[in-house]
Structures are given as structure tokens and as C-alpha cells.
Design a protein around this ligand. Structure first.
Ligand SMILES: Cc1cc2nc3c(=O)[nH]c(=O)nc-3n(C[C@H](O)[C@H](O)[C@H](O)COP(=O)(O)OP(=O)(O)OC[C@H]3O[C@@H](n4cnc5c(N)ncnc54)[C@H](O)[C@@H]3O)c2cc1C
Length: 309
């Protein structure tokens, strides 16, 4: 494709500008996009799409991508939760009315041996500040803090960049002066993958009702090598929270890796509701009296979840 053809496609297909891009390390970043359209109102926890043309360069070291000539002019779009850096300056919670951008927290998926070749993240990681991309005008999703009542205990459990929507909800709860206990735990491979760790440490120092736990699976982190499931079954979550996980006044939010969440499914033959293997958090919590949302049946429980794949 010629530079002129690429410039024309970009002008026609893109509607947003990267106004900030911070690489926490080469495979993890926070980026802010300013849409060409007025930033729509949204609920903390919701998501929209980002997109780039297949004509864009990809970072090195990613799985080879077999592209057909007819794909080259297409735009690949994926969903991204809206994240939040929470502070605008030390000690001051962000005033969103002052911002005209939307924040995202993205991990580079270098390969996917079992399915489609990752198309978007290898291209997102080649972006620089000032570059253009496509951003969906619709911000949507059921995964929000709407069901939380003042004084409720709120537990956010995420894997990797699954803490993005939790950061938005956390910002909202703190801004509203939420008085109940709030705990956010995020499970990553290495401590360097906790992209917002410093922010959470400052928040803990400022808000006595807030606790952040970074769990690492490949090195001892703040809590030792541990998965989210272990945190609950060992009783450590409740110790850290300083309260029992009481379904009567607790909302649990789960986001990221589907294996951590463990969404129940309907058995094809018997129609019975079954839980997947390995043991996920929904099964652990339902055994303790919690009930997961069923978005298809519009049922709102006290366990809310968003799967990233
Ligand atoms: C509602 C929703 C919100 C999302 N929000 C975010 C977000 O805030 N940040 C983010 O990084 N991703 C998020 N994702 C995942 C995102 O949409 C893409 O799937 C991901 O960025 C990979 O894009 P890709 O085109 O490179 O690979 P894809 O073709 O989309 O995915 C290929 C494979 O990569 C793996 N994968 C996908 N996402 C991740 C991930 N985050 N971590 C590890 N492995 C993954 C899965 O095995 C997947 O099958 C979200 C997904 C959904 C459905």
C-alpha cells in the first residue's frame, strides 16, 4: 500500500487521537484517547471499542499473521474497559468534567496458540502520542457499580488488565464518599505487571476503608504466589478485608480471565446449570450464599462479572 493510500484510509476510518501513552513495560500500557466527537457519558465499569487498520505496523516479536490482500483495508476492532488513574494530582481525586479523553489499560497479546492470531494489540503497541485510531462512539456494558448501596462492602477481583473497570468503579465510590469497606485484588504474573500499584498504595494511605492486594503467580509479591481463588478459600481475603464475606451486604466484581471467573453454563443434554473446571470464583462464592448475575435473564445478583475472552 502506498503512503498516500494509507493516509486516505486513516483520514476516512479514524476518529480519535492518542493524547497520552505510558508504557509500564514493553507489553503493558496506559493510554488516553481523545475522540473527535464529544466524550459520551458513561457508567464506571463500561467499555467501548478501539480499532486500527490491518495496514498499520505491528510490534516485533509477535505471532506471524497470515493476511489476505482483501483484509488489508479493513479495521480490526476490540472491546476495552474504560480505566481511571483516579488521582489528578497527589491526594486529589480526578474531576472527569475537566478531561476530554478516555483512559485505557492494555496488555500486549503476543501470541495465541489455540485460536485467532492477535490482531489489534500488536498494532496498538506500535502507537505513539499524536497517532490516530478508531474509537467506538457507543459506550456500553452491564458491569457497573450501579447495584452498590451506601455502606455495602465492595470486593473487586481481577486478573491483569481486568482491573481497568475496577479502577473506574473505585474512583466513583471514593468520589461519592462510600463508607463501606472496599478491597481490590489483582492477580498478575510478576509484580511489574501491576500497572497502577503506586496509585493504589497512595489510595490506601489516604482512605482507611480501602485495601489493594497485588497477587503474583510467578514470583513472591505482596501476598506470595497466589491465585484469586486461593485468596478466598484460604480466608486471607476476609482477614485483609477485616470482615466476613456476607452476601447480605457485599458486592463482588470479577473481571479478566474466564478461568478465574468460572461462569456457569447450561448442560446441553440435561439443561442443568453447571460450573466449569478448574474451580472459579463464582462457584466458590455461590457455595457461600452469593448469586451471580445472569445478564441473559436480566437477573442481578451480588456477583458481577466481565470476561475478557
Ligand atoms: C468487554 C471487554 C472488555 C475488555 N477490556 C480490556 C481491557 O481493558 N484491557 C485489555 O488489555 N483487554 C481487554 N479486553 C480484551 C480485548 O478486547 C482484546 O481481546 C485483547 O486486547 C487482545 O486483542 P488482540 O486483537 O490482540 O487479540 P484477540 O484476537 O482479541 O485475542 C486473542 C487471544 O488473546 C487472549 N487475550 C485476550 N485479551 C487478553 C488479555 N487482556 N490478557 C491476556 N490474554 C488476553 C485470549 O486468549 C484471546 O483468545 C476486553 C474484552 C472484552 C470482551
Amino acid at each position: 500500500m502506498t503512503p498516500e493510500e494509507i493516509a486516505e484510509l486513516r483520514a476516512k476510518r479514524y476518529n480519535g487521537t492518542v493524547v497520552y501513552l505510558h508504557k509500564i513495560h514493553p507489553d503493558l500500557m496506559v493510554l488516553r484517547i481523545k475522540p473527535d466527537f464529544p466524550r459520551p457519558n458513561y457508567l464506571p465499569g463500561q467499555y467501548c471499542t478501539l480499532g486500527l487498520g490491518y495496514w498499520e505496523p505491528r510490534v516485533e516479536g509477535c505471532q506471524a499473521e497470515p493476511l489476505k490482500p482483501e483484509d488489508l483495508t479493513k479495521v480490526v476492532r476490540r472491546s476495552y474497559s474504560i480505566s481511571n488513574s483516579i488521582y489528578s494530582e497527589p491526594g486529589i481525586l480526578r474531576d472527569m468534567s475537566q478531561d476530554d479523553w478516555i483512559e485505557f489499560y492494555v496488555v500486549l497479546v503476543r501470541e495465541n496458540p489455540d485460536g485467532r492470531v492477535p490482531a489489534l494489540t500488536p498494532r496498538l503497541f506500535a502507537l505513539q502520542e499524536g497517532d490516530r485510531l478508531a474509537i467506538g462512539e457507543k459506550i456500553t456494558g452491564h458491569f457497573t457499580d450501579e447495584p452498590v448501596k451506601p455502606g455495602d462492602t465492595v470486593v473487586f477481583l481481577g486478573t491483569g488488565t481486568g482491573e481497568a473497570p475496577h479502577n473506574s468503579m473505585l474512583w466513583d465510590l471514593l468520589r461519592r464518599g462510600h463508607t463501606g469497606k472496599i478491597l481490590s485484588a489483582c492477580c498478575v504474573r510478576y509484580q511489574k505487571d501491576l500497572g497502577y500499584l503506586e496509585t493504589h498504595q497512595k489510595l490506601m494511605a489516604q482512605y482507611p476503608n480501602y485495601k489493594y492486594l497485588g497477587l503474583t503467580t510467578r514470583e513472591p509479591g505482596t501476598t506470595g504466589k497466589k491465585y484469586i481463588q486461593d485468596l478466598i478459600t484460604s480466608g486471607e481475603l476476609e482477614n485483609e478485608l477485616g470482615a466476613s464475606l456476607d452476601p447480605a451486604n457485599t458486592h463482588v466484581f470479577l473481571c479478566g480471565n474466564p478461568k478465574m471467573i468460572g461462569v456457569p453454563y447450561k448442560d446441553k443434554e440435561t439443561g442443568a446449570r453447571r460450573f466449569p473446571e478448574p474451580l472459579g470464583v463464582i462457584e466458590i462464592l455461590e457455595r457461600r450464599g452469593f448469586q451471580a448475575d445472569n445478564n441473559a435473564a436480566k437477573f442481578k445478583g451480588n456477583v458481577h462479572f466481565e470476561e475478557y475472552w
